[in-house]
Design a binder for this molecule. Sequence first.
Ligand code: BG6
Length: 470
Amino acid sequence: MIHKKLKDFPEDFLWGASTSAYQVEGAWNQDGKGLSVMDLGNHPEDVTDFKVASDHYHNYKEDVALMAEMGFKTYRFSIAWTRIIPEGTGELNQKGIDFYSNLIDELLKHDIEPLVTMYHFDLPQALQEKGGWENRDTVDAFVNYAEVLFDEYGDRVNYWLTINEQNMMILHGDALGLLEGNPDDVQKGLYQANHHMLVAQSKVFDLCHQKVEGGKIGPAPNISTIYPASSKPEDVLAANNYSAIRNWLYLDAAVFGRYNATAWSFMEEKGITPEIKAGDMEILEAGNPDFIAFNFYTSESVEGDFGGENSKSNFTGDQQVVDNEPGFYKRHQNDNLETTDFGWEIDPVGFRTTLRKIYSRYNLPLIVTENGLGAYDKLEDDETVNDDYRIDYLRKHIKQVQLAITDGVEVFGYSPWSAIDLVSTHQGINKRYGFIYVNRDEFDLKDMRRIKKKSFYWYQNVIESNGQEL
Ligand code: BG6
């Protein structure tokens, strides 16, 4: 669809950017914080762990001031469950509660709307040792944790996100360092864990509406358009399979309160259907989100795979690359798209398609909570970082948001990854995403000083002009 005239971004559009606790904060064992699975996860030897990260914990005021200088209307950050309840259940940690309370106050002082992710991959290790999400008790632990957050911050936080990229945790737990061994062998447990997360999430939607006056809450999966490798009906069917298993399983449960039929039949076929307790489906139906937040980096493509002799899962160790699922779909390289330095396909038009697909399926307002380019940035001698490639990526994607708005999609915010450099999930600090450079290397912490990249000034102007000047 070619529009003669584009609609403007809404006046109150939430421009901002995102981070997550374990990737940006550091202070991994300070002020009473308990250990999370991310603190203890396996790291490739050539990349840093998350112990110091960008040391945002000790520099949050400076960081928020820089976000304010860029003109942020919102800042999406996650709360580390282990700072609030170190063992996952039981005793609260006042210093952790105070940290986020101060961060929220600092944001509000600068008129920045806090957008809070309750859980971004970093499950308390104490819960993991009791079976993690496979253990039904984790549902109650999460609801209890959510209640603490609503009690402590519900007076100041209007926008809540439950679970970051639940779908990536289930499909690519290996890439995120959450899973050891061959994911084929642990799929049954994963889909049981998935069911528990869905139940916990719906209970928390409901709780938010009871406890937070005017509070709005949504899920935050990674959603992407899936292309068939060709117009061959078998390829189209494979794309349909993968869309159901990767995307709609999660959002259908969150919004409609039911399991997607194709995804369910996939689980049946593999003998990995979860145990559903009496009352669970009623819980899924009762808890409803107010909006859908989603992350988008790339589209994906698949071809038909009907379980021939040579079919074999190829777990790639990267959360944005399709792992084959023999009999259902097989990864296909889309030659129409360029890739980033890290091999992710760049597809702004696919972003527009994704926005349209989600909106027409669920008819709920959308906010983009991640989108961005991981790259090797270079700090020049004159203290500049000339990240034109990042500007180019973001510009093309923001343009597609405007086109989607013109198509009639209700989008109320754009919060790309990431506000400031942080440690990538499995590829270290030198895979940078931020508008603000943090002066450290993989193993040399240097002075951690903050330096504004070229994209900082560019994004400042985008926000100032409400998206008119890209
Ligand atoms: C998403 C996650 O999967 O992608 C973030 O929510 C992550 O935590 C981001 O950092 C980019 O991925 P990566 O692997 O480059 O850090």
